[in-house]
Design a protein around this ligand. Sequence first.
Ligand code: SAM
Length: 276
Amino acid sequence: MTTPRNSGEDRPAPAETPAGQDAPAPSGSTHASSASSPDGHGHRVAAMFGRIARWYDILNHGLSLGQDIYWRHRLVRHLRLPRNGLLVDLAAGTMDVTLTALRQFPDARVLALDFAQPMLARGRDKVAARGLSDRVLPALADGRVLPLPDACADAATIAFGIRNIVPREQAFAELFRVLKPGGRLCVLEFGSGRTRIWKGLYNLYLDRLLPMAGRLVSGDSDAYRYLADTIRNFPDARELGREMRAAGFDRVLWHPLLSGIVYVHVAEKAGDGKSA
Ligand SMILES: C[S@@+](CC[C@H](N)C(=O)[O-])C[C@H]1O[C@@H](n2cnc3c(N)ncnc32)[C@H](O)[C@@H]1O
């Protein structure tokens, strides 16, 4: 697998963890500069996902009644990848998007980036169990400072990750930077929890049921309270589209799923007069 080189002088080298080997810990030498290290918010988020990593998949599928599998499939359908193309899957977590993308594009190579080592470790095991380790390079990285050269990726995805990154603009700017001209970014994220859906039933689910179910299964109600809070404070689809345009993306479109509980945003980095 080709390993992207570092172009920015003050950018840290990628914390490479070829699938099948131990992913490095998220602190110390894997983050070569403070600019790449998660700050207070990032540390809390990384630690939280580290705590719930073992429950993450089961809770995801259970709390969405399996819908999350379909949502990732819808996300990946919007990808455009050339043969042997390089996909950056940011906030890859346990790598369900990575695996879904590889089903659709078996010859693709995926850089699975996340700053929570236990999430990546679980993903790496899933990738290895499917015999796909040679197609995936997991690496610890903060989405606000990607350890990648400019214009190296054919496409990028981020599923249920952008909500966690503060400030979002920085992640969008980085994704824009690392995409090749014509490359496509596909974002899967909850819609704003402030929008009343199903006469408020969904909002009740977010506020009450979700933290309770999260606590019962993982013993961590804070994590699922955090989930509800970030969804409630997330911008609506139009505003998110505006943020993506502000980062430089063109042709920003969005598609609601399940009455707007979830959205797929698709955007392109203009280039060469043709799309990816
Ligand atoms: C809800 S999970 C989503 C995982 C996966 N994409 C999926 O579809 O299931 C969010 C992931 O984003 C990661 N994350 C949050 N903020 C991040 C950041 N600043 N840089 C890198 N990863 C981040 C977390 O560690 C976590 O694994």
